[in-house]
Ligand binder design. Structure first.
Ligand code: GLC
Length: 748
C-alpha cells in the first residue's frame, strides 16, 4: 500500500517518481509573462510581501487595493477572506489574487496526533489522510497555503520543535513528508480543497546547537546532503509548492541569505519552481546574526539569494526600490521571484476560482474525520513495556481501575503544539472514553493527584493514593503540557515536570500494577519511572480522539503497533543519540565496566577505552524503530533473490513473518542496510524500507520488499552522490536494534 510513497521519495536521476513535481504549463507561463510585463516595480514588490492578516478590515483593504501585498498570514474568517479577495480581484489595478497562509500542522479543526506521533505509525496513508482532512477543513476558511510539512531531521529532544518533526531518520521523514504534501495538495492543486504545502524549515534547523531553538547549526555539506537534505529533495520531487527558510545560521551563514542552498541546490540541482518564503522576520534577523549591517543589506542579500517572499517584515518593501536604483538588485531577479509566486497562485486556481463557496456547509469535525483522527492516534501509540502481560487489561481479573495523573483529562494539552483553530471542547480524553465505554463494567476511580504537569504541590497525593489502594490497576497519565514543546520551547532538563515522579513513586508503594501512559511532544527521560511501571504506552499528543484510541488499546480492542521515530535516551547526557550513528574507531562492545563496578584506584586506560559513558553505557533507553505488541512476531526464511548486484539493479528480498501469539496485530517490518566500507565512514545502519503488515493470531505471511540499489547512493569523499561497490549487510526486524540478517555485494 505504500509503494507509491516510496517511488515518490526516490532521489534525483534514478527513478521518475510517480508524483513528480508539476512541469511548467505553457499557458500559465504565458499568463505570468503577460502580467509581469504590465506590473510596476511597486506591484512586483507587493507580490513579494506577506502581511499579517489578523488586523481590522479597514486596515487591510487599502494595502490590497494598491497591490501592495501578495499574501496574508493568519486571516481567520472566510467572509473576510472573500472580502479582501474581492478587493484584490476587482479593485486592484491588475486583479492579482491573494494567497492566504496559516500553520495547519497536524489538523485544523479535527486535530490529529502531532507529526512526531503520526511518524510513529510508520504509515504514509494515515499521514496523507490527516493532511487531506486538514486541507478540507482549512480551505473552507480561505486558507490555501499551509506552513507544513516540517521535515527537519530532529535528533535532540531538548529542542521543543521535535514535536512538529517526523523524527530522526531521513528515509522515514522523506516518505512521510511526501505523504503530507500529497494530502495537502490533493490530486489537483486547483481543487478548492487543495492547499499549497510548504517544506520547512530549509535547512538544518533540527540540528540547533544544544537543542536550543533558533541557535546556530554547524552541519558540513556532506552530512547535510546525506542526512538533512533528503526529505527536502524528496518533497521537491513530489511537487511541494513552496519552501520556507529557517532561522538558523549554518556554519555562519543564515539560511535566508544562503544563495548556494536557495539557488544552486534547491533550484539548480533539484529543479524547484515554486516559491520560497522566509520564516517570520528571518530576513531582518540577519542583522541580529551580525551577518548584515542593516535591513537594507539584508534585503539585498535575501533577494539575490532567490528568497522570493518576505514574511511580515518590511525590508523588501522599504529597500528594493533603491537597491534596484543602485543596481544592487537586477530587475530580472525581481521578475523571477514574482514569476515563482504567480506560478503557485495560478496552479492553485486562484485567478479562476478565488472565492470560498460559503453556500456549502462547513466540513468541520465530520464523523469520518474524527474516525480518521482516532485511527491515526491508535496507530501512533507505542507500547514500550508490558511486563507480566499487564496489558491489555484483563477484564476477568480487573474490576476497579484508578485513573490518576495530570493528563488523564486534559482537553487542551492532549492536542499538542500548533493548534489554533480547533475547539478543545471536542477533545475526548482518556478519562471520558474509559468512563463512557467501560464505566458500566468497572468501577472507575479518578483522582488526578496533580492539577497539571508542572504542578509541584503534593496536596492531591493523599486522594490519589487512596484511589490506588482501592483499585486493582492504576492507569497513570503523565508527561508534559503542550506548551512545553513547539517553537521556542526547548528544555535543558527532560525529567518529568512537577511532582510527577514523586507521585509515581508513591503509587508504586501501593503495590498495585501501574500502567504509565505518557502524553508528550518529545522523548522524556523516564528510565526510573519506566522501572517502577508494569507497562508503558507512549501516546505523544494524540489529538482530538486520543481518548477513544487509548481506551481501545488499553482494553485490547486493538493491539498497539506504533514504532519509535526517534531514539529515547536513558540520560540527558547521552544526547545527541540516534540509531544511524557512525561506528567510530572504538565502538562500544556492550561489555564495558560501568561506573559502580570500577575498583578503587583503577589505573588509567584500563577501563572502557571504547565509545560509551561510564554512567550510562552506550545503549539508549529505547531505540529508533522499537515498539512492542500484544502478540509476538517471528521473522524467518530471509532470502535474497540475487546477492551480487550492480548499481542499476534492484535488490529483491523476501521473508516470512509470523504472528506467534494469541491476538491479531500489525507489525512494522523494517529493512536496514549497512554499508560495510565506504569512501567515508558510513552509518552503522540506515532504514531503507518499512511496511505495516496485518497478521491474525497464528498467521504467517511471505513478505517481499524491493530496493533499487541506486537508493544506496550517498555523497562520498568526492562530494558526488554515487553508489559505491562493496559488501553490504541487511537486517529485517521490528526495530533498529535486532532482526534477521543477510549479506549482498555491489560489484560496480
Ligand atoms: C514561526 C515558525 C514557522 C511558522 C511561521 C508562521 O516563527 O518558525 O514554523 O510557519 O512562523 O507562523
Amino acid at each position: 500500500m505504500t509503494i507509491k510513497y516510496f517511488l515518490a521519495a526516490l532521489f534525483i536521476g534514478f527513478f521518475n517518481p510517480i508524483f513528480s513535481q508539476q512541469s511548467k504549463d505553457p499557458i500559465i507561463e504565458s499568463k505570468i509573462e503577460a502580467l509581469i510585463s504590465k506590473m510596476t516595480l511597486d506591484e512586483k514588490i507587493g507580490q513579494m510581501y506577506q502581511a499579517v492578516g489578523n488586523k481590522k478590515i479597514e486596515q487591510l483593504l487599502p494595502m490590497v487595493e494598491k497591490g501592495e501585498v501578495g499574501s496574508f498570514i493568519n486571516v481567520e474568517d472566510n467572509q473576510l477572506v472573500n472580502q479582501i479577495q474581492r478587493t484584490a480581484l476587482e479593485k486592484s489595478r491588475l486583479g492579482i489574487p491573494l494567497i492566504i497562509g496559516r500553520d495547519v500542522i497536524h489538523g485544523y479543526n479535527t486535530i490529529f496526533p502531532i507529526p512526531l506521533g503520526q511518524a510513529a505509525s510508520f504509515n504514509p496513508s494515515i499521514v496523507e489522510r490527516g493532511a487531506r482532512v486538514a486541507a478540507i477543513e482549512s480551505s473552507y476558511n480561505g486558507i490555501r497555503w499551509t506552513f507544513a510539512p516540517m521535515i527537519d531531521i530532529s535528533r535532540d529532544p531538548r529542542w521543543g520543535r521535535i514535536a512538529e518533526s517526523l523524527g530522526e531518520d531521513p528515509y522515514l521523514s522523506s516518505v512521510l513528508g511526501v505523504a503530507m504534501v500529497k494530502g495537502f495538495q490533493g490530486k489537483k492543486m486547483s481543487d478548492p480543497t487543495s492547499i499549497a504545502a510548504c517544506a520547512k524549515h530549509f535547512f538544518g534547523y533540527g540540528a540547533s546547537e544544544g537543542g536550543k531553538d533558533y541557535n546556530s547549526t554547524n552541519i558540513p555539506e556532506r552530512l547535510l546532503r546525506n542526512v538533512y537534505l533528503p526529505p527536502f529533495e524528496a518533497v521537491t520531487k513530489a511537487g511541494a509548492a513552496t519552501f520556507m527558510t529557517s532561522f538558523n545560521d549554518n556554519d555562519g551563514i543564515p539560511a535566508s541569505g544562503n544563495k548556494f542552498m536557495l539557488s544552486n541546490v534547491l533550484r539548480g540541482e533539484w529543479g524547484f519552481d515554486g516559491f520560497v518564503v522566509s520564516d517570520w522576520g528571518a530576513i531582518t534577523q540577519m542583522v541580529n546574526h551580525r551577518f548584515c549591517k542593516d535591513e537594507k543589506d539584508a534585503a539585498e542579500i535575501s533577494v539575490n539569494a532567490a528568497l522570493d517572499m518576505e514574511m511580515v517584515t518590511l525590508s523588501y518593501k522599504k529597500y528594493i526600490p533603491e537597491l534596484v536604483q543602485e543596481k544592487k538588485i537586477d530587475m530580472a531577479v525581481i521578475d523571477e521571484a514574482v514569476r515563482n509566486i504567480l506560478r503557485i497562485k495560478f496552479r492553485l486556481g486562484l485567478f479562476e476560482n478565488p472565492y470560498i463557496d460559503l453556500t456549502k456547509p462547513r466540513p468541520s469535525y465530520k464523523p469520518e474525520f474524527l474516525a480518521d483522527a482516532q485511527n491515526a492516534a491508535e496507530q501512533s501509540v507505542v507500547l514500550l513495556k508490558n511486563s507480566n502481560n499487564t496489558l491489555p487489561i484483563d477484564t476477568r481479573k480487573i474490576k476497579k481501575i484508578a485513573i490518576i495523573g495530570p493528563l488523564a483529562n486534559a482537553k487542551h494539552d492532549q492536542l499538542g503544539t500548533w493548534v489554533m483553530d480547533c475547539d478543545k471542547s471536542r477533545t475526548i480524553t482518556p478519562l471520558m472514553a474509559i468512563q463512557e465505554q467501560f464505566g458500566k463494567d468497572f468501577e472507575i476511580i479518578y483522582e488526578p493527584g496533580l492539577k497539571f504537569s508542572r504542578d509541584k504541590s503534593l496536596e492531591g497525593f493523599k486522594a490519589a493514593n487512596a484511589a490506588a489502594k482501592k483499585a486493582d490497576l492504576i492507569l497513570y497519565f503523565g508527561g508534559e503540557e503542550s506548551i512545553l514543546t513547539g517553537e521556542a520551547h526547548s528544555l535543558a532538563n527532560l525529567n518529568l515536570q512537577g511532582a510527577q515522579s514523586e507521585l509515581i513513586t508513591a503509587l508504586k508503594k501501593t503495590n498495585k500494577p501501574i500502567v504509565f501512559i505518557v502524553m508528550a511532544g518529545r522523548p522524556l527521560i523516564i528510565e526510573n519511572e519506566t522501572k517502577q511501571s508494569d507497562a508503558l504506552l507512549y501516546a505523544w499528543n494524540p489529538g482530538t480522539m486520543g481518548g477513544p484510541a487509548l481506551a481501545n488499546i488499553l482494553f485490547g480492542k486493538i493491539s498497539p503497533s506504533g514504532k519509535l521515530p526517534v531514539t529515547f535516551p536513558k540520560m540527558l547526557g547521552q544526547i545527541p543519540v540516534h540509531y544511524n550513528h557512525n561506528m567510530t574507531g572504538r565502538p562500544a562492545s556492550g561489555k564495558e565496566t560501568m561506573i559502580d563496578a570500577i575498583p578503587l584506584e583503577t589505573r588509567t586506560l584500563t577501563v572502557g577505552c571504547t565509545s560509551y559513558y561510564l554512567d550510562a553505557g552506550f545503549d539508549p533507553l529505547f531505540p529508533f524503530g522499537f515498539g512492542l505488541s500484544y502478540t509476538n512476531f517471528k521473522y524467518d526464511k530471509l532470502t535474497i533473490e540475487k546477492p551480487t548486484l550492480v548499481s542499476t539493479d534492484t535488490l529483491y528480498i523476501s521473508f516470512e513473518l509470523s504472528n506467534i501469539g494469541k491476538l491479531d496485530a500489525t507489525e512494522v517490518a523494517q529493512l536496514y542496510v549497512s554499508d560495510l566500507v565506504g569512501s567515508i565512514a558510513r552509518p552503522v545502519k540506515e532504514l531503507k524500507r518499512f511496511d505495516r503488515i496485518d497478521l491474525k493470531a497464528g498467521e504467517t505471511k511471505k513478505v517481499k520488499m524491493s530496493l533499487p540499489i541506486c537508493e544506496l547512493a550517498f555523497y562520498g569523499m568526492d562530494m558526488k552522490r554515487n553508489v559505491e561497490a562493496g559488501d553490504f549487510q541487511l537486517m529485517i526486524g521490528g526495530s533498529s536494534e535486532s532482526g534477521i540478517k543477510s549479506n549482498f555485494k555491489v560489484t560496480q
